[in-house]
Design a binder for this molecule. Structure first.
Ligand code: ATP
Ligand code: MG
Ligand code: MG
Length: 379
């Protein structure tokens, strides 16, 4: 009996556990809170990620460890890696945790990135805003997610406000200033690399964010073969360079046909949730296969799929369940503003069918604004 340990017990751990059940896998989740939603399907160790007693208990009961979030303290990941196989490896995790290290690696590998400058002081911010121009975005180097820890500088007059909001974090988590990319679309590569280096990717996904949080994903993205090939080659180069094992997402901005890399998510990713019903093998199952050294499953897509995120509170399930290709995911979390509590995936064989299904669901739930850009992309 193989037990997979997962650091972090959110919805990603929950969906990993659900997808691992048919493989006969056991799971153990380490989380700081006892009511983490993965705990509904897997036993838990409750404790701090840096607490040696909790980590020891966790390590002693598992065969392999992986992550449900990227902000696991790098020290803890290294401590675990001395005792049990850990995938992805702690170095890949450390790079993905730091926007400066991440963007520097992209650049080194010839993967284009928006302009960026490391910021340690107010003077450096002034100089960097002059260099990159406005608009630009000040971000914390570490610990940001769902658009948190970011300040958009629309004009030089906003620099004071940006420094007031984030300046205090320059010494702790670090800051980075990025040029703002007026992209036409956001894309992500969700891909998997096995222990033997085998690489597979799902078709490119197009993503829409609202207030920095993913709102909808469409696959396959409406891109030409050359864009698809470039994106996949960036993802493969990155995974090979990091000796990455498992599923990851590479977030990309597409502007004037050019791809600019935004960030690497070293884990299964929200923009890959559609793979559960929309592809031969889901990202969750392939992540488990990768970390266990099993054969990777096909990433072939079945028709067209759109995922809609439910943020804050779950809507009525009925309109989605009425759809022939409608699939419902309730993470079993308490409602809270800004929190990802569930998602739906709509799948259809042809784009027009998917657009119709989205229109019906959007109208029934009063979420026309959420589905509208996806319907437009399907035209
Ligand atoms: P997550 O990890 O949840 O994807 P995050 O907090 O790490 O989010 P980013 O991915 O850096 O944040 O930014 C969130 C969103 O904000 C992006 O998907 C994009 O829509 C927008 N954004 C971020 N950086 C830029 C940029 N340089 N130019 C234009 N838009 C940006
Ligand atoms: Mg991120
Ligand atoms: Mg992101």
């Amino acid at each position: 009996m193989t037990t997979v340990g997962i650091l972090g017990g959110g919805q990603l751990a929950r969906m990993l556990a659900l997808s691992g059940a048919p493989l006969g896998l056991r799971f153990l989740v380490l989380d700081t809170v006892a009511d983490a939603c993965a705990g509904q399907f897997a036993p838990m160790v409750v404790g701090d990620y840096t607490d040696e007693a909790a980590l020891s208990e966790f390590a002693s009961k598992i065969d392999v460890a992986t992550f449900d979030f990227e902000n696991v303290p790098a020290e803890s990941a290294r401590w675990l890696a001395e005792r049990v196989p850990v995938f992805p490896n702690p170095r890949a995790l450390a790079v993905a945790q730091d926007r400066l290290a991440e963007k520097s690696l992209f650049r080194e590998l010839g993967i284009p990135v928006p302009g960026f400058v490391d910021i340690a002081s107010r003077d450096q911010l002034d100089a960097a805003v002059a260099e990159l121009g406005t608009p630009c975005i000040l971000k914390t180097r570490r610990l940001g997610y769902d658009g948190k820890g970011q300040f958009r500088i629309k004009s030089p007059a906003d620099v004071d406000a940006a420094w007031n909001a984030l300046g205090a974090q320059a010494a702790s988590v670090g800051l980075i200033l990025e040029a703002f990319v007026a992209f036409e679309r956001e894309l992500s590569v969700v891909a998997v690399r096995g222990r033997d280096g085998e690489f597979r990717a799902w078709p490119l996904t197009e993503n829409w964010h609202v207030d920095g949080v993913l709102s909808a994903s469409l696959a396959p993205a409406r891109v030409d073969a050359a864009t698809q090939a470039t994106a996949l080659s960036h993802a493969k180069r990155l995974a090979d360079a990091l000796d990455y094992v498992g599923v990851f997402a590479l977030e990309l901005f597409c502007r004037g046909g050019e791809l600019l890399a935004n960030e690497l998510a070293p884990r299964v990713h929200n923009s890959g949730h559609w793979t559960i019903e929309g592809s031969e093998t889901s990202q969750f199952q392939n992540h488990l296969r990768a970390v266990l050294g099993l054969s990777l499953g096909s990433t072939r897509m079945l028709g067209h799929a759109c995922m809609l995120n439910w943020i804050g509170a779950m809507p009525d399930a009925a309109p989605v369940l009425r759809e022939a290709g409608g699939h419902w995911h309730d993470y079993g979390k308490e409602a809270r503003a800004g929190r990802k509590v569930g998602h739906a995936t709509l799948r259809a064989d042809v784009p027009t069918e998917l657009a119709e299904s989205l229109r019906r669901v959007g109208e029934s739930l009063g979420r026309e604004a959420q589905v509208e850009p996806v319907i437009a992309a399907l035209r």
